[in-house]
Ligand binder design. Structure first.
Ligand SMILES: [Ca+2]
Ligand SMILES: [Ca+2]
Ligand SMILES: [Ca+2]
Length: 424
């Protein structure tokens, strides 16, 4: 395990190549006289949460896991920041009990039954999306390493979440990943998927889509930066309603050794006309942190959901960083929805958003993030402005969680596709 892997395992952050390890003792000493909330790590996670302030427009939550409060200055309480979807201003700040808002946050259910699923310390918690009711634990972890989550059939009363723990159990030779499929209403009935390869980071990225009848497909990325063969893989499973009977449908290997295939994954519309939704998978490439030499190319690939056959591939600038993928609307009228692809820009300049035609992989629009700010650690789509197209919320936190990483969050409205920094 290299230094970055250690920092990731401790803090739950992630980077292939960028440097920087947080010095916790230093941070805590500086917080000993905390008089008001110290909000940090803003943008580690983002999600739409329904209309919490009752003004008719859905609101959203931004995770800030490095936040500390006067009531508990000795630790990273973490916070969930609730923003008004209408005004894009902060409605309230909810204090956590340990790294709240780290890695990812999502919602399942619908209307007044909407549940917020988030990570608090080493637990996955579930609570009414607009807060105020005691949260209940859905699952717990062995480590505080990076976790991925996706909702499976999110609006169904039998909603299930898939939880990826790419570094769940350390053996003598490395970490073994697993994916747990957890019914939100019956978490005791969860089942696990496992990968036999040590160091494959199985479960690093997850996606899901409806399949035939009540079944769903779950896509699991295993970018394998630390496995023996260093072959990134993408696995697709079918699961029945309520997460029953998971079964491996197919597996696809990355194009080159150590290219990080599977760092970002997304289910997209049916691209090849076989009536099965297809997938988009990113290989983040690999860049030596010292020499900045590119040792494996980065690319974006679409795959047949039925067979795993490659449909199309497009070269990307390698960043070695995970880049969230978010499904938008059909913006060019060809019958398939476009994808927002975030570029963190850590090693090669400013972060940006590419709007990508899922069918051709052509970039149909690009917007650059403000210079000097972290960008693209998390993203979600929701309706903010008055037009019919989905808008974008983007989080910007340093994937290494360096000291003093305040983080930030952005909105990007479909009416103009320009990036706006959210006020704190
Ligand atoms: Ca609202
Ligand atoms: Ca298809
Ligand atoms: Ca389209």
């Amino acid at each position: 395990m290299n230094v970055l892997e250690v920092s990731r395992a401790v803090l739950g952050a992630f980077a292939y190549a960028a440097g920087g390890v947080a010095c916790c003792g230093h941070v805590e000493a500086a917080r000993a006289t905390l008089q008001e909330p110290d909000i940090r790590g803003v943008g580690e996670s983002v999600a739409a949460v329904g209309d919490c302030d009752g003004d008719g427009v859905d609101d959203f939550v931004v995770g800030a896991p490095l936040s500390a409060f006067p009531s508990n200055w000795a630790g990273y309480s973490g916070a969930l920041l609730y923003y008004s979807g209408r005004t894009r201003t902060l409605i309230r700040t909810q204090e956590g009990r340990g790294l709240v808002g780290r890695d990812c946050v999502l919602t399942v259910g619908s209307g007044h039954g909407l549940e917020l699923i988030y990570i608090e310390d080493d637990h996955v918690m579930s609570a009414p999306a607009c807060g105020a009711v005691q949260p209940k634990p859905l699952a717990c972890f062995d480590t505080r390493a990076h976790v991925a989550m996706v909702a499976v059939d999110a609006a169904s009363p039998r909603a299930v979440i898939a939880i990826g723990e790419p570094y769940s159990a350390y053996t003598g030779s490395g970490a073994v990943g697993r994916v747990r499929i957890v019914p939100v209403c019956e978490p005791q009935n969860s089942v696990s998927l496992a990968d036999s390869r040590v160091g494959s980071a199985f479960g690093y990225a997850l996606c899901s889509t409806r399949h035939r009848g009540d079944a769903s497909l779950i896509g699991v990325g295993a970018p394998s930066t630390n496995s023996g063969d260093r072959i990134g893989r993408f696995h697709v499973y079918t699961v029945g309603a309520g997460g029953e009977n998971p079964r491996l449908l197919w597996t696809r290997d990355g194009a080159a050794t150590a290219d990080g295939f599977g760092t970002s994954v997304l289910a997209v519309d049916d691209l090849d006309g076989d009536e099965v939704d297809d997938f988009m998978v990113l290989a983040a490439g690999f860049v030596q942190s010292v020499t900045r030499e590119v040792t494996a190319a980065a690319y974006c690939m679409t795959l047949s959901g039925k067979t795993g056959t490659e449909l199309r591939r497009a070269k990307l600038s390698p960043t070695g960083m995970p880049a969230p993928l978010v499904l938008l609307d059909d913006l060019n009228g060809d019958g398939t929805r476009e994808v927002a692809r975030l570029n963190h820009g850590e090693l090669f300049g400013r972060g940006s958003v590419d709007i990508v035609d899922a069918r051709t992989l052509a970039v149909i629009r690009t917007a650059q993030a403000p210079d000097g700010l972290n960008f693209g650690s998390s993203a979600c789509a929701m309706h903010l402005d008055a037009d019919s197209h989905l808008d974008l919320i983007v989080g910007g936190v340093d994937p290494d969680w360096g000291v003093g990483d305040d983080g930030c969050a952005f909105t990007m409205l479909s009416s103009e596709w320009e990036i706006h920094l959210l006020p704190r």
